[in-house]
Design a protein around this ligand. Sequence first.
Ligand SMILES: C[S@@+](CC[C@H](N)C(=O)[O-])C[C@H]1O[C@@H](n2cnc3c(N)ncnc32)[C@H](O)[C@@H]1O
Length: 303
Amino acid sequence: MEMKTTAIHKKPLNISSERVCDCDITHLNCMTAKEWLKSQIGVWQFFYEKRDIRDKTVHPATFPISLSKKVIELFTHKGELILDPFVGSGTTLVAAQDLERNAVGFDLNEKFVKLAKSRLTETKLFGTAKQIAVCDDAINIPEYFKPNTIKLIWTSPPYANLLNRARKNKSRRDRDNGQLGIVEQYSQDVRDLGTMSIEDYTKNMGDIFEKLLPLLKQKGHCVINVPDMWWENKRITIHVSLIEELRKRGYELRNTIIWDRTNIVNKVGIFGWPSNYITMGVTFEYLLDFWKPADTTNDNRDG
Ligand SMILES: C[S@@+](CC[C@H](N)C(=O)[O-])C[C@H]1O[C@@H](n2cnc3c(N)ncnc32)[C@H](O)[C@@H]1O
């Protein structure tokens, strides 16, 4: 069924994308050499803090503020502009507020946008950086920005329809935490990427990110947080689908970072023993780090 869309004229948002630090123009971020050295390790661990939302009835899939801060500190300077196309509870905006970066987050669901806005009012306001939460489909994002203004796209997208089913797996059965039989979807809106098959999901993600590429500055990074998943005893490699699709759409993969979640997994069970070895899916996730390649159209490489 075709969805009706409301014709709203959207103007570019009034938000700065300019650095406010004194760092050398060639520097990627405001880090010292010592801080940079620590960030070179390709496996990252984080703890949740009090302000993090861990109640799945409030939002089913949030990442920690500390993870968001690390990505932002690595790939932006103070004052630069960050985009989260699937902002959920607004963790990226909270991290950007802490670090004095401008940031805009989009979500299809009004209730999550309200939640994101309320989280932003919890911390005392200082500095000149703005953080804005907008309720809209990610495919419409280009209407809100001028080209070559965004320094970092950082997000945790939905994972196709893999969470859009009742949780029946053994790990949930063993736990008395109210998650058995729960469907961790965001909505049943046809535009919600969490309702799509992996094939439709991959194509839709490609369409969204292709339209975002012109907004990104040259060599601006795009970091995507995804896990792989088990579905009917098959491994669904979401990270492979996304790497292939984003490469087709003009992004270049720079780094694959592992978010090691072993320090925050609260219960370990025996899965598949003794005949079927399966790793516990919750123990790690991928952080796929792409960038927009530098413009080479003026290169004279062929002649
Ligand atoms: C994994 S969550 C993001 C969680 C976020 N990182 C946090 O810490 O709260 C993905 C979000 O994408 C939203 N979403 C799904 N389809 C969308 C679309 N087409 N456009 C914008 N947002 C969408 C969902 O409502 C959901 O909140």
